[in-house]
Write a protein of this length. Structure first.
Length: 256
């Protein structure tokens, strides 16, 4: 059986403007989309721009394996929800992923477990792959963190059907306490929690667990075999840096 791909995602949050987003996408399409490991599926990149840039990003990556998605969605399919965007529209546009449950959405916009569950079900109903963000709130040992993160996954999937729970799912682990902290989580902690989540999701062969905290160069190599990929941050704002991580992932995929 072929090994699962190494998943590399990036969310621009609100760092990029419209033109900078499209310039990044064009450079990555030139640098990365033709890479052999991307073309043959050993490395699976996805990009989450801001809503206004999704349509042109889809056009730029139209002939490539690089997936485009959204940073958010609303749980209803349609209706009088001013300012919101539905999973129905995202799927119709050609999006393949959608980010759900990030710590910033919880902290700044009051999203709770019920909101995350509703959005997860809405995404899966449209065959969008949720990039489900999980992480323990306070610094604690790996075993306690695994319990907390498994509970978050179970809560997010609580409204889904048995068949929906077998659809592709990306779980992005980042301990909340490490966001913006001077000292990141240790490699041993990251590996243990990601392995614990992998075991919890073993009944779904389409699920993957990636790490999203301070993800930069060499981290994927240091976590080789312990995670299914990375959810990249500001380091990958440079297209050349994103390309370098794709190269790193390609080397790891070739050695498996």
């Amino acid at each position: 059986m072929a090994s699962a791909p190494i998943t590399l995602g990036i969310s621009f949050k609100m760092y990029f403007g419209y033109e900078r987003t499209l310039d990044w996408c064009r450079q990555v399409a030139d640098r990365v989309a033709t890479h052999a490991a991307v073309r043959d599926g050993r490395v699976a990149p996805f990009v989450l721009p801001s809503f206004p840039a999704i349509a042109p990003a889809l056009e730029i990556f139209a002939d490539s394996p690089i997936a485009v998605g959204a940073q958010n969605l609303y749980h209803a399919s349609n209706g009088a929800y001013t300012g919101e965007v539905s999973g129905v529209m995202l799927a119709e546009m050609g999006c393949r992923h959608v980010e759900i449950g990030h710590a910033e959405r919880r902290r700044l916009f009051g999203e709770d477990d019920a909101t995350v569950a509703a959005k997860t079900q809405a995404a899966l109903a449209q065959r969008l792959t949720p990039v489900l963000c999980v992480g323990e709130h306070s610094r604690q040992g790996a075993e306690a963190a695994i319990v907390a993160c498994r509970a978050q996954v179970d809560s997010a999937l609580a409204r889904t059907t048995e068949s929906e729970r077998r659809l592709p799912l990306v779980v992005a682990y980042e301990p909340h306490w490490a966001i913006g902290a001077a000292e990141p989580a240790s490699l041993n902690h990251i590996a243990a929690v990601c392995q614990g989540l992998r075991e919890h999701l073993c009944s779904n062969p389409s699920a993957s667990v990636i790490y999203g905290g301070s993800a930069g160069p060499d981290l994927l190599t240091r976590l080789a075999g312990q995670v299914d990929g990375l959810f990249l941050g500001r380091f990958a704002h440079d297209p050349a840096a994103f390309e370098a991580i794709v190269e790193e992932a390609s080397a790891l995929a070739g050695s498996r």
